[in-house]
Design a protein around this ligand. Structure first.
Ligand code: 6LW
Length: 521
């Protein structure tokens, strides 16, 4: 039966999945955002609900001033003997190529109650460096930790890529390794990562993402009849499938596996949906998203999606057509923020309230504007549909010049576009700040609440109106190519988010910024 891919649209890379009884749980990477590691739930693999995050407390996740693409990299979720485990690594900076000596040590968190995200433990760190950590419990209860790190000595300024999979046994109580790490997979492309190990029948399987996360991305498999330490035998059909640079879905790979209650196997993988414009492809604003494909076993080797390319309309047994709805709205009427809002980095202080001005999100803007590597007073939502309208109503009456509150189309602190309210000696005005091009200012009435609108589509169009009856004044546009421009440092590992912000310059903003709602439609 046919179904729609991606199953989880918007910025959701490096998916990892587990089934417990009738319930599937899936996690993705969050990089520089807080809380870290969303947990999605489904009973049919098609409709997914965000139920919480694994890293919700500063004691679990400290990310401050990383470059774009730093923070939490690919996670793995597993379930063993009544306990859920999530492993990951958090990069304080993104620069493995420049200075290789400071790779993160991975960690895991655990809980017995996945439905209550406050119950995840503090991290237990491994004593090995690396990223893309995977834990595998063998039948004899030995636990194996595999991850990616460089084959050669860490250096400063090395260009050579030799990211390879290493494995050791580990004592989970302490995080200490109990054997010398062994190299079990290196790739001719120079990058083997995203390892996941499984046992099925008499074989152990090692799945790896190879070729980097861009157009060379692909998925490979090895198996062993002896142990997770190898020796490993390379599968007969590698890579397991290959989407190319002319396909509607590209850069596919980074697979994790799950068996459903009927014995059908599935893989979740990441992919992107670039847009064809004439003769060229435009990068997707939504970043790397989560796709689902069926998996069969032939001669004890996995065949993913029949070995065929992954497409937007996919086929799989027992699935059905479902389009993730675009409509979403938050009226800020609950005492806590709805799940699915993110901060850039771990916030140091509480700078917002949902109770001081009832049915509003009140922001007390902090001292950092949006171009600073530190954490500004800003709440972000993932853009999940290319075509949508984002809207909010803002009451903000600044008393000091250089303070501002508004809404933002956000990729990272180098690449964002905003429309916000400010004041100068003549009174209030609207400022449109595009990621490329000139700033535009329009005068405002002194007293109104202002509706701020972003029309997302072939470009981002920014508008405002001062009462709900009047027409929108469109103040400027930003091309999608400008909205996704690569940052000068770090990496474009994320996807577009839209958000609400308030800031002062080097001092906090004394006037509160009150948002009556935020919505996508
Ligand atoms: C992920 C790793 C990767 O951890 O990208 O290019 C990282 N490789 O597998 C971020 O998604």
């Amino acid at each position: 039966m046919s179904y729609v891919n991606p199953i989880i649209p918007g910025f959701n890379p490096d998916p990892s999945i587990v089934r417990v009884g009738k319930d599937f749980f899936l996690v993705t990477s969050t990089f520089e955002y807080f809380p870290g590691v969303p947990i999605y739930h489904s009973q049919d693999l098609i409709q997914w609900t965000l139920i919480g995050h694994a890293l919700t407390r500063p004691s679990q996740l400290q990310i401050h001033t990383p470059e774009p693409g730093g923070g939490v990299w690919a996670t793995t979720i597993r379930y063993h003997a009544g306990v859920y485990y999530i492993m990951a690594a958090s990069f304080q900076r993104y620069r493995p190529q420049q200075d290789d000596r400071v790779w993160p040590q991975g960690f895991y968190v655990k809980t017995t109650d996945i439905w209550n995200d406050k119950t995840w433990s503090d991290p237990i760190y491994f004593d090995q460096v690396g990223f893309d950590q995977d834990l595998f419990w063998d039948d004899d209860e030995t636990v194996y930790l595999s991850s990616t790190y460089r084959k050669t000595q860490p250096t400063v300024g090395a260009k050579l890529k030799d990211f390879a999979i290493h494995i050791c046994t580990v004592d989970l109580a302490t995080g200490h390794s109990t054997s010398v790490p062994k190299l079990i997979r290196e790739s001719s492309s120079g990058v083997a990562e995203g390892s996941h190990i499984f046992k099925r029948g008499r074989y152990w399987y090692l799945f790896t993402a190879e070729g980097g996360t861009e157009s060379g991305h692909s998925e490979w498999v090895n198996r062993s009849e002896v142990s997770p330490m190898g020796p490993w035998e390379l599968g007969p059909n590698n890579p397991l499938w290959r989407n190319g640079i002319e396909d509607e879905v590209q850069n596919t790979g980074h697979a994790d596996l799950v068996e459903d209650t009927k014995g059908q196997w599935w893989a979740v993988v990441l992919g992107v949906r670039p847009l064809r414009r004439g003769d060229t492809w435009e990068e997707s604003v939504l970043g790397r998203e989560t796709f689902l494909v069926p998996l069969e076993w032939k001669d004890d080797w996995p065949v993913i999606n029949g070995g065929q390319k992954i497409s937007l309309n996919s086929n799989g047994p027992g699935l059905y057509q479902f389009h993730t709805p675009v409509n979403w709205r938050d009226e800020f009427s609950e005492p806590e923020m709805q799940v699915g809002w993110y901060r850039k980095n771990t916030p140091f202080i509480n700078d917002y309230s949902l109770t001081e001005c009832p049915n509003h999100l009140r922001l007390h803007g902090g001292p950092y504007n949006l171009s600073v590597p530190a954490s500004p007073t800003m709440f972000l939502r993932k853009q999940t549909h290319r075509l949508c309208i984002w809207e909010t109503i803002l009451s903000f009456h600044p008393t000091v010049d250089e303070t501002e509150a508004g809404t933002v189309v956000w990729l990272n602190y180098f690449t964002y576009s905003s429309i916000g309210i400010r004041k100068d000696s003549k009174g209030r005005f609207i400022r449109f700040r595009p990621s490329e091009g000139e700033i535009v200012d329009h005068r405002l009435d002194p007293n109104t609440a202002v509706t701020l609108t972003v029309d997302c589509g072939d470009e981002y169009r920014f508008g405002y109106r001062e009462d709900t009856e009047s027409d929108i004044h469109w103040i400027g546009t930003v091309l999608n190519s400008a909205a996704t421009a690569a940052p000068p440092v770090g990496a474009n590992f994320t996807g577009m988010m839209l958000g609400l912000y308030a800031f002062g310059e080097r001092q906090r903003c004394l006037a509160p910024a009150d948002f009556a709602y935020a919505e996508f439609r």
